[in-house]
Design a binder for this molecule. Structure first.
Ligand code: PGA
Length: 253
């Protein structure tokens, strides 16, 4: 079975004390990760080491950065390289979140550079895609998302692409409490998989985990994750509440 993933995206929230307490609360609650299930915590940069240490020796739990540089190293003040992240034990990085695309003007081409540097150095990207409301209302979301995939991912080899986790996050559902229906999620996840298959073939497409993001909560996770092409979730708001996120982990297929 494809990897099923519950990924927490803390964004720019919580102090380190609050973050550590949240992780303690999550660890204390019963959750059972099967061998094909992963929990990932994308925490602010200064908390990465603390979070890595919390889960030391635990299999199937990984800490992720929320961004990385497109450059290898050097005079790039304020940036964090893949090598720096790896030196504190990080194996996953979220790339292309819609907030970074919107507020920091990250383009598909710029994200392709970040993907390249990650994949050349064994860092696993969680690549976000998804359309704004106007595109959904015009019913052109498939074309929009296909362009994001074409321009950021489709230069990769099949082996490289299989290291990527895709997170489909409709922008109109992020932080709004408005979730895509499970039918809407399934429809576009199936489209994403078929679009990958059209270039890389069915075996590659079937092996890639495609997460849904956008107001995933404990009360809708089971329904969303039960869809055949939804392989878990990238969770913002609800990942800041221990009971919610543990319930989301326990909702994985
Ligand atoms: P949300 O955020 O769960 O708060 O909608 C999801 C995300 O932005 O990754």
């Amino acid at each position: 079975m494809r990897k099923q993933i519950a990924a927490a995206n803390w964004k720019m929230n919580l102090t380190i004390q609050q973050g550590e307490q949240l992780l303690n609360d999550i660890i204390a609650k019963p959750h059972d990760l099967k061998s094909h299930q992963l929990a990932v915590f994308a925490v602010p940069f200064p908390y990465l080491s603390m979070a890595v240490q919390k889960f030391a020796g635990k299999s199937n739990v990984f800490i992720a950065a929320q961004n990385c540089s497109n450059k290898k190293n050097g005079a790039y003040t304020g940036e964090t390289s893949v090598e720096i992240l790896q030196s504190v034990g990080i194996q996953y990085v979220v790339l292309g979140h819609s907030e970074r695309r919107e507020y920091y003007l990250e383009s598909n081409q710029f994200l392709a550079e970040k993907l390249d540097i990650c994949l050349a150095n064994n860092m696993k990207p969680i690549f976000c895609c998804g359309e704004p409301l106007a595109i959904r209302e015009a019913n052109t979301q498939n074309e929009f998302v296909a362009k994001q995939l074409n321009e950021s991912l489709f230069h990769l080899t099949a082996e490289q692409l299989q290291e990527v986790v895709i997170a489909y996050e409709p922008i109109w559902a992020i932080g709004t409490g408005k979730t895509a229906s499970s039918a809407q999620a399934q429809e576009i996840h199936a489209f994403i998989r078929s679009h990958i298959a059209s270039k890389y073939g069915n075996t590659v497409a079937d092996s890639i985990s495609i997460l849904y993001g956008g107001s995933v909560k404990a009360n809708n996770a089971v329904e969303l994750f039960s869809q055949p092409d939804v392989d878990g979730g990238l969770v913002g708001g609800a990942s800041l509440i221990a009971e919610e996120f543990v319930a989301i982990i326990n909702a994985l297929k």
